[in-house]
Every structure is written in C-alpha cells, then in structure tokens.
Design a protein around this ligand. Sequence first.
Ligand SMILES: C[S@@+](CC[C@H](N)C(=O)[O-])C[C@H]1O[C@@H](n2cnc3c(N)ncnc32)[C@H](O)[C@@H]1O
Length: 491
Amino acid sequence: MTSPDPSLALALRDALAAADYTVDVVDTLLGETARAALQRSETTPALRRTTDGSPLATLVRLFLLQAPVTRPEADRAVAGLVEDLAGAGLLAASGGEVRALLDCRPYADDDHDWWVVSDLTPGLDGQPLRVGRDHVLGVTPASTSLTQLTTRRAVPRALDLGTGCGVQSLHLVRHADHVVATDVNPRALTMAAWNAALNRIEIDLRDGSLWEPVAGETFDVIASNPPFVISPATGDRLVYRDSGLPGDRVVETIVREAPGHLNDGGWCHVVASWAIRRDLPWGERVGGWLADDCDALVVQREVLDPPAYVELWLKDAGRHGGPGYAEAYDAWLRWFDDQGIEALGFGWINLRKAGSAVEGARELFDHPYAVEQPIASEIEAWATAQHVTVEDSTRLSLRVDVVQETYGEPGAEHPETIVLRQRRGLCRARQVDTVEAALAGASDGELTVGQILDALAQLLDRDRDELSAAYLPAVRSLVREGFLSVGATTL
Ligand SMILES: C[S@@+](CC[C@H](N)C(=O)[O-])C[C@H]1O[C@@H](n2cnc3c(N)ncnc32)[C@H](O)[C@@H]1O
C-alpha cells in the first residue's frame, strides 16, 4: 500500500458516503442472522443479502465479505476510482473482476461515524488464519475496550502509542488539539495515514518503538493497546501482538515510564495482559510498576490458565493443527513453568498524574463482571473520589443507581447478608452490615455524616465515639468505591 494521495482519499470518502456505507445502514442490509454468521467468519448468509449490484451491496461484498465483484459493479460503487485504488494497493482489478486487497469498513460510536482501512480479516469461510508478520489489525474488541476507557476531556495533547490502523487517534482528535501516534510497523503508519486522510483529520504520525519517538514530550492523555501477548519472545513474531520483549515487559515499560510523559492531571489508559506468578499476588506485582505520584486504577477483567492462553494465541496466529503446533504449545507451557507463571491476567491500567506534591491513590481489583460502557467518566470519577476528605461535617449522598439486596431465610427477622449494588458505571457490589446499610441509606445530601452517626448511636444504644471509629473508615471506602458521593445526589 502506498501513502495516501489526499485527493484520492477524499474521492473514496465521497464514494463511501454516497453509497451510505455506514455501520447502521450496513447492519440493516445484512440483518441480524447474516451479521452473526459474519462474526463467526462465515460469509454465505451475507452474500445472499447483497445481490442487487447496488453500490452499498458492492462495497459490502468487496470489503467485508472479500468477494470478487464485476468491474461494472465496482465502477458504480467507486466511480472513476478503480484504477487509482488499485495503484494505491486497496484493490486488484483483472479479467473483468475487482477484489479488495485491504479492508475498508464503516466504524462508529454513539456520536460519530468513520471509515477504517486495515488488512483483510483472515480466516473467512474456513480459509487458513495465517497473516503476515506486519499484519495491521482493524478495530478489535481490545481496541474498543480502550476507546471506552479513555477520558474524553478536552485537552491540548494526546498520544496514541502503538497506533496500528489509527483507531484510537480517530477518537482522540475529537477532544485533543494535537494527537501524536506512534508505531514500529511502517505498514501500520501508512494505514493510519490513510485513515486520517479518509476521515479528514490530522495526526502527527511517528515511527519508533515505545517512548523513543516522544522522548522529552508530555501529554494530557495517553492511550495504548500494546502488543501484550506474553510469550518466550522467540520464533516468528507478529508485530501487532508480540513486542519482542520477554513476558509482560512491554506493559511494565509502558506503565513505569508513562508518568514521565504525563502532564499534571493527565491520564494514561492501557489495555494489557500480565503474568501471574506462583509466589506473588498479581496486584503486588503490577502494583510494583506504579509510580507514587499517580492515582492508579487497575482492573483485572479476566484470568486464563496457561493452556487456555497458549491455545488462544496459537489459534490467533493460525497455527492450530499446523506443523509444529504441539511442539510450540509444549515449549510455551514449559517457559511459563520455568518463569513460575501460573496464570495470565488481562485488564485495564489507568494512571492519572496526581502531581508531585500529592500522593497517588491506588486500587487494584478483580472485576470480571459486566460494566456500563463507556466507562471512562466512571474512571475519572474514581480518581476524584480517592482524594475526598470525609469528616463528621461532610454531607454525602447515595448514588441513585445503588440498590440493596438482602439474603437470608424467608421470614427471618434479620437478613444474613446485605449487599449494596451499583446498577451503573463499574457495577460494583459490596457486602455491608446493618449499620453501613443504614449509613448509606440515610445519606441524602442534607444530613452530615456526624448527624447520621448521632442518630444511629442513639437508635442502637452504642457509644458515639466507638461507632464513629468503627464506621468512618467504611464510609470513606464507600466514597472511594463510588457508592456515596459528596453533596447532592448524582449518578
Ligand atoms: C494490538 S495493536 C493496537 C492497535 C490500535 N492502537 C488499536 O487500539 O487497535 C498494537 C500495535 O502496537 C504496535 N507496536 C508493536 N511493537 C511496538 C513498539 N515497540 N512500539 C510501538 N508500537 C508497537 C503494533 O505494530 C500494533 O500496531
């Protein structure tokens, strides 16, 4: 693929727009069943729904289904552009047929529509999954996880570290004045340049590894979905997933060095995988990478055992059932054993530079449950809550989405278990006792914590100081976990 010719990119954009090649319209054209089949990499149902030769159907067949279309169909879909797009490496035209050499598909969030060029999805209709070492992914579930984590506050400068096709930058330019995007894969930088041109945005693209292309520079937002697969770093390397560094060193390096590239109040969001060692809880190990001057919220979303992890990534590389599969599987497991790795964690690392005068707060926790997406504003609220001072004079309110669940014998006077559950945001649940439940329930934004404790001391006939000593820490932790917030009722 060649660097984008801006006028060709704009002409392609016009053709895609004229065909109504958007997420919603394509979804409607394909319908639920064909879409679900396509998710399973099967194109036949979608081919049956795209037979009318319209520009929209042609674009879907070309790019999403990787089917050849006739030259007249292609000429109708991208009028006058077939030769130029073939010259640029997006299409191949021969013998009256046109095929896609790259993927080009619509992409959207709640507020915006884009188009994204990437390498073709491998493995459609049972074809081999093999990809080249410099394969450039399109938008993946990990990309989407990161877009939903990333703060969308208006900022001067943002960094997309390991940009790939540039999907994070598409979002970042909407709220950052200047976006720097880096990658070590020249093909990725070319794709990102195409996507910038196609979507009429400007990105400062830079070639280089990790922090090297931005030495000495600081940012207000850093987003990274790095090549985080944990492997012995030997053999063939797929640059989109294998960093070439052993184990989880790539994530450690990003997390350790990010604070030096953040402005005060700036955020770094990373989707990552980490090794869980036999002799060390995961939180202690990842916690050891975190700087004191940053707030850090680390959420372990998934844990895989070593065989499940190795199978996942060998299959991703198309090696399942191929030559050397069993040997590669065995060698990878042996390496995990030698390293004392008993499981692999996957999750989110969020750092906020608190400033050198402020000690950063940190929370590392397992949370494999569904959350309300996008989660970015909840993560920002988490950081704010860590620095709230709660005293007797503080007025707190229970978040409106919190419900109380009680469990116990039917008809019993007292429940055995009380749980407070958030129905929005991180959707945390927390077991509480009756006093904590009463404190939370009475927090209406009007009464102070002291007034509620006074009333409870009287009601329960308990010493007021003892009650305060016992329950103020619980109230503070309810604030830090987002069940209670300062002032009037919010989300
Ligand atoms: C998993 S892909 C993520 C792409 C995209 N940012 C996203 O969110 O989908 C990881 C990207 O990191 C790039 N990469 C690999 N090693 C790198 C390194 N040492 N420094 C910077 N980028 C690297 C790969 O080429 C690839 O584009």
